[in-house]
Design a protein around this ligand. Sequence first.
Ligand SMILES: Nc1nc2c(c(=O)[nH]1)N[C@H]1C(S)=C(S)[C@@H](COP(=O)(O)O)O[C@H]1N2
Ligand SMILES: [Mo]
Length: 198
Amino acid sequence: MSIVTRGFRGRRDSAPDLPPGQYLTRDFPVLSAGPTPRIKQDDWQFTITNEAGDKHTWTWRDLLALPSEQPTVDIHCVTKWSKLQTSWQGVSLDTFFEAVDTGADYAVVRSYGGYTTNLPVEDLVDGKAWLVYRYEGDDLHPEHGGPVRLLVPHLYFWKSAKWVKGLELSDDEQPGFWETLGYHNYGDPWREQRYSGD
Ligand SMILES: Nc1nc2c(c(=O)[nH]1)N[C@H]1C(S)=C(S)[C@@H](COP(=O)(O)O)O[C@H]1N2
Ligand SMILES: [Mo]
């Protein structure tokens, strides 16, 4: 009896798929720093601005015409919940970057509603990030960032901007909303980079 119990607890404590300090949740909490903006699919646009100021814009129709992928990934919120094996549908950021002339190292992500977050360009390319518009087979709910959100599952989930509207590329790093308020600039959950200085 005690051996079985200890065995279970031991396995959970050292779960190889959970970053340090995280616990598992089965529901899907909503974390938003403000009210949910209601963006109609037909009004949604996504613009990448390169370091020279050149812009490339995609509409909802453009998005649907791009080849989509269905990533199934684990997500980790800095408030310590993790959710395993979430499945999404969307377009790899690599596909958008094919249309952009840039050598910039950093990106600021902008959302409808004013939220921003920053990350290195190398964390957006090579199959690590998507613009997603479906979750578990349904249109992405507005509370979870619909019509379209960024998904960057290898970093804490605050980097996965909901209601995404654009990327601004530059040669230097500019902290976003939570990063300005003391959260870590990079936010790797496996290195537990929650706050600046971690
Ligand atoms: N635009 C925007 N994106 C955002 C946020 C936000 O407040 N506004 N919160 C971030 C945080 S802290 C987390 S944990 C996730 C939460 O996504 P969810 O509400 O779909 O769980 O979205 C991230 N993206
Ligand atoms: Mo979060």
